[in-house]
Design a protein around this ligand. Sequence first.
Ligand code: ADP
Ligand code: 5GP
Length: 233
Amino acid sequence: MESGAAGGTTAGNRAAAFQERKAPQGAGGILMKKGLLIVVSSPSGGGKGTILKALFARNENLRLSVSATTRAPREGEQDGVHYHFITKEQFRQNIADGAMLEYAEYCENYYGTPKAPIQAWLEAGHDVVLEIEVQGGRQIKAAAPDCVSLFILPPSLEVLEKRLRGRGTETEAVIEKRLRAAEEEIRCVKDYDYAVVNDTVEQAVSEIESILTAEKLRVSREENIAERILNHA
Ligand code: ADP
Ligand code: 5GP
């Protein structure tokens, strides 16, 4: 198993499931929009966790997908909060049950996005963030082309290594694997909609907010905007 769509589910019908979602009709809110599906990737140590924490602190409408993984919890990580920590056997069963929106193998562990909460949040008008690696990012873009994909880049490989080591959460062997994976991952930035360089957290967060604001204003995301303006008494 490397990476792929949930068992028995094609990219096409996952895409259809996303396209069915409707813009919520709030009280008097004729211009309310459906939620954005946002993919955020970076090499390990690129700053996804740090940046998203700051972004979430400032944006109440965001929801973070809690992934399933077969890796062991780090100190302080809680099951159901940071990840659903499950066995490889359970992971394979989830795939067979069609319960994963995407999944991938990364540095000898499996990671995947449980399907159930995502569509409910989008239908409720929330913007949903998937913090996932590049194989998963590719699967989501293929299944839901109107998602917004962001790649967070370190200012340099040297800074990446320093930050990853400075985090102090991995063994030397794991750090080396992740740094080797990083070079190839960084080349995948070409498949993403936006590149954000993580120089300072504050600047990266503010750039992401600008991207999301602009994405929400895309005419293609507004069904019948002219009619709704013209017919609003
Ligand atoms: P990821 O979630 O992508 O693996 P983290 O958010 O855990 O990365 O960041 C890796 C390490 O780098 C953490 O120790 C974090 O505090 C630090 N870090 C992240 N962004 C910055 C930044 N802009 N400046 C300095 N340190 C940073
Ligand atoms: P970590 O072990 O550092 O928490 O995560 C390792 C990598 O797996 C990171 O790049 C992270 O974004 C990615 N990841 C986390 N959850 C998922 C997921 O559900 N699907 C995929 N494809 N990657 C994930």
